[in-house]
Design a protein around this ligand. Structure first.
Ligand SMILES: [Zn+2]
Length: 267
């Protein structure tokens, strides 16, 4: 019902992946720029990509996703400063994500929309991980774009998407209001509320619930592990955004399978 294509025939259309992978990697390269510049309030269009150490512009042939990282020997050509492993990792994550999206939803407009959704989630997760913020410039337009896509392209339909926005935003909003009374401190930020609303806009209300459940469980497990292994001290704040993104991606790729499995196992 959520619209994952069970009969996407990959054997006839394997050659289409010859462009999905490069497109995913190139978009991933742009996502690196977003992760780096959006939290600083800088333009993501200009100036051209530059080395974060020596600020010299990076030539196009040194800016090929993943490959440049390898053939430059992980160093800037001008100043020899080492290039963060994160750049090729984000590019590869986006490339793999696009393969996953098209393998799940087939060669459809729906897959195109979910590819954009996937990229937005990737940027959100990394920015929240770095800075403990989820930029409104992604989540707020994301809610609008998700609703428009649901009304036109996505099989979930507009009503489902609107309920998803209200439910996703509503649950976290209520928790944010209550958590200072329940836990004695603020647990959730406004960014998390808007992010789950955006996830609802793109996926509808049932995946929102699955997303929140997975994010809470996984977040608790990781949080406890960090305390036990003394990586983190009590009272420190872990960003919830990356866990919401994790939950949303599991929901995106496996929602229907998980629901089927759940009902088979329980009833
Ligand atoms: Zn440099």
């Amino acid at each position: 019902m959520f619209g994952q294509s069970q009969d996407a025939d990959m054997t006839d259309t394997w050659w289409l992946y010859l462009w999905v992978v490069p497109v995913g990697l190139v978009v991933g390269s742009f996502l690196n720029v977003c992760v780096f510049r959006l939290p600083a309030g800088q333009s993501i269009i200009t100036p051209r990509s530059q080395c974060p150490t020596c600020h010299k512009p990076i030539a196009w042939f040194d800016n090929i996703p993943v490959l440049s990282y390898i053939w430059l020997g992980r160093r800037c050509r001008q100043c020899q400063a080492s290039i963060s492993l994160r750049y090729p990792i984000i590019e590869l994550m986006n490339g793999l994500g696009y393969v996953g999206v098209f393998a799940t939803f087939g060669w459809t407009l729906t897959a195109g929309v979910y590819a954009i959704f996937f990229s937005a989630l990737l940027v959100v997760a990394w920015i929240d991980f770095d800075h403990l913020i989820i930029p409104d410039v992604i989540s707020l337009p994301g809610i609008v774009i998700g609703l428009v896509a649901a009304a036109t392209v996505l099989p979930i339909g507009l009503v489902n998407a609107v309920i998803g926005v209200l439910l996703g935003g509503g649950i976290l909003w209520a928790l944010a209001i209550l958590s200072p009374y329940m836990f004695g401190k603020e647990g959730l930020g406004g960014g998390d509320i808007k992010l789950l609303a955006m996830i609802g806009a793109f996926m509808g209300w049932q995946p929102v619930l699955l997303t929140l459940m997975l994010a809470s469980v996984f977040g608790a497990v990781v949080g406890i592990a960090l305390l036990v292994f003394k990586v983190m001290e009590r009272g420190h704040y872990i960003p919830f955004g990356p866990f919401l993104v994790f939950g949303a991606l599991v929901s995106l790729f496996f929602h229907d399978d998980l629901v089927q499995w759940y009902f088979k196992a329980m009833w």
